[in-house]
Design a protein. Structure first.
Length: 279
């Protein structure tokens, strides 16, 4: 029996009606499950956090590779079905947590990776929560909306706040695109597997907050020149405004550049030059 038939049969037996509003689009292509798992480079001693495990097809594959899988499922009914499936297979290294992943605290689970086919409506906030957590994942391998994946890996002159945030914390790449026909129910958009390897923090926590304060002000009004956004957002006038102009000149930044024109490296240079003003 192929995966689609299996899923439909499970849903029929347990009276599950997949809801698009909850991001319940189940992946039905075996080779793509394998691609996700292989991309995560899972060792036998590792802990994996899976977000929205659904019917558990990815969970089972992860459990064969990892020491432990923590499967966090918001939907009560799906969590119950997943428990039945895991118990019936005699799998002992899967912990199922019936909880909103956005309220999950990774503080006490040690080193871990996140592997998931996530609900697309929480992609940005999920990335922000985990990448800014004190106990960050070593790697994230996620199925996300193709458009979101493309935004994450964007470079100057097409940078955006999401790209800057993710690239600040890790190195991101698109592993492969995934057409909508690989899901049931079929979503309206194509998807992509994205892989993010986190890196050591460059700044202290208090500096990190200031960096992102600066970036958010810079991206606040996309059509405006960066200099004007910064002066307006930081309420700088007179001599302080002149300081920004001097910093731009020192960094060889055009006075007309916009936030999306700067690479991560350029944002870090700008932050270094503006620390005293931001502080």
């Amino acid at each position: 029996m192929d995966l689609l038939k299996q899923m439909k049969e499970i849903c029929r037996i347990y009276e599950i009606n997949p809801q698009r509003s909850k991001g319940q689009n189940f992946l039905v292509t075996e080779s793509i499950y394998d691609k996700i798992v292989n991309s995560a480079e899972i060792g036998q001693t590792e802990t994996i956090v899976e977000v929205g495990p659904g019917l558990g097809f990815l969970t089972a594959k992860l459990a064969k590779k990892a020491k432990k899988v923590i499967a966090v499922e918001l939907d009560d009914r799906l969590a119950e079905v997943l428990r039945i499936a895991i118990d019936s297979q005699g799998v002992e290294n899967v912990e199922i947590i019936n909880q909103d992943i956005l309220k999950f605290n990774p503080e006490n689970i040690g080193a871990y990776k996140i592997v998931a086919n996530i609900p697309y409506n929480i992609s940005s906030i999920l990335l922000r929560n985990f990448l800014s957590a004190r106990n960050k994942p070593e790697m994230l391998v996620l199925m996300v909306q193709k458009e979101v994946a493309e935004r994450i890996i964007a470079k100057a002159p097409d940078m955006n706040m999401l790209a800057l945030s993710v690239q600040f914390f890790g190195e991101a790449e698109i592993v492969r695109e995934v057409k909508a026909g690989n899901f049931w129910p079929e979503p309206k958009v194509d998807s992509a597997i994205i892989k993010i390897k986190t890196k050591e923090p460059k700044y202290r926590p208090e500096e990190e907050k200031l960096f992102f304060r600066l970036a958010k002000i810079g991206f606040a009004a996309k059509r405006k020149m960066l200099k004007n956004n910064l002066c307006g957002g930081l309420k700088l006038k007179g001599e302080e405004r002149k300081k920004i102009e001097d910093i731009f000149e020192k960094l060889n930044f055009s006075s007309k550049i916009r936030a999306e024109d700067l690479s991560l490296e350029n944002w870090e240079k700008l932050f270094a030059g503006m620390k005293k003003i931001v502080l």
